[in-house]
Design a protein around this ligand. Structure first.
Ligand code: MF3
Ligand code: CO
Ligand code: CO
Length: 258
């Protein structure tokens, strides 16, 4: 789908809301906070912003409705972690927070992995390289580029830094719907797959780990790394342009810029 001028206005607003929500939640990330508390803070912020939470009650085909407003995935949890008062952040954890508010019918989808308190250098490096992989993908989201080229560049960077890509989860087209074509793999063959056109909007959301990237589902939603090692994810919603990509899930630091 190619976004119209109105769609772009709507997606910019939704993307900004998503970025703000994620930045807002950051203050609560410390040892002792439960992921249930993060979920309630997100629910409140979202309703105050006049938006609703796409994850809440979301059921992808056959799945049980997702019970949280956000996903909170700690350490070996690959993604789609279910917030709970029984899950408490502890010093040295890394936690991915994935938010998707819907504003005026448009979805903004973004996530980051945060260190909890003081983390090992290894954990921080995994987070940094994951963010680099995302940025490498974003830089290639321009008209004429191929999705296979984006996926290839992302995986190549991960491998060159000693990490693996978890292949079961992909980026996705997004707009009035949460998940649509094109599905954006974080691996691929250069110059293959869908060729990008200006106005396409999709997410890029690589998940990295060290070593064997095999996963196991522990319930209908939550996937964990079989090896028990750490995983990190980073995600943006991106608008393809003629000459450059626009990150929609970005909050400008200029106070006057609304
Ligand atoms: N935000 C996730 C994504 O990046 C999807 C979460 S679906 C949920 O696509 F139901 F688990 F919340
Ligand atoms: Co997504
Ligand atoms: Co997401």
């Amino acid at each position: 789908m190619i976004a119209t001028a109105d769609d772009i206005i709507g997606m910019r607003a939704a993307g900004k809301a998503a970025a703000r929500l994620l930045n807002y939640l950051e203050q609560y990330i410390r040892p002792g906070t439960s992921t249930g508390q993060l979920d309630r803070a997100a629910a409140e912020w979202t309703s105050d912003a006049g938006a609703w939470s796409a994850p809440f009650g979301y059921s992808n085909g056959s799945k049980k409705p997702f019970p949280g407003h956000i996903c909170t995935s700690i350490n070996e949890m690959v993604c789609h972690g279910i917030p709970s008062d029984a899950v408490i952040l502890k010093e040295g954890d890394i936690v991915n927070i994935d938010v998707t508010p819907v504003l005026n019918g448009y979805h903004g989808d973004t996530s980051r992995t945060f260190p909890v308190g003081k983390c090992s250098a290894d954990s921080l490096r995994l987070i940094d390289v994951t963010e680099e992989c995302l940025q490498i993908g974003v830089a290639l989201a321009v008209e004429g580029e191929f999705l296979g080229t984006i996926g290839h560049a992302i995986e190549l960077h991960a491998i060159s830094r000693g990490y693996s890509i978890i292949r079961e989860f992909t980026g996705h087209g997004i707009g009035r719907k949460f998940h649509t074509q094109p599905y954006v793999t974080h691996y691929g063959t250069p110059n293959t797959g869908i060729r990008l056109k200006a106005g396409m909007v999709f997410t890029i959301e690589p998940i990295l780990c060290k070593g064997d990237p095999s996963i196991r589902f522990i319930n209908e939603w939550e996937a964990t790394l079989k090896s028990g090692g750490l995983t990190a994810q980073a995600e943006h919603t991106v608008l393809v342009g003629k000459d450059d990509a626009e990150i929609l899930t970005y909050e400008s630091s200029t106070a006057s810029d609304n």
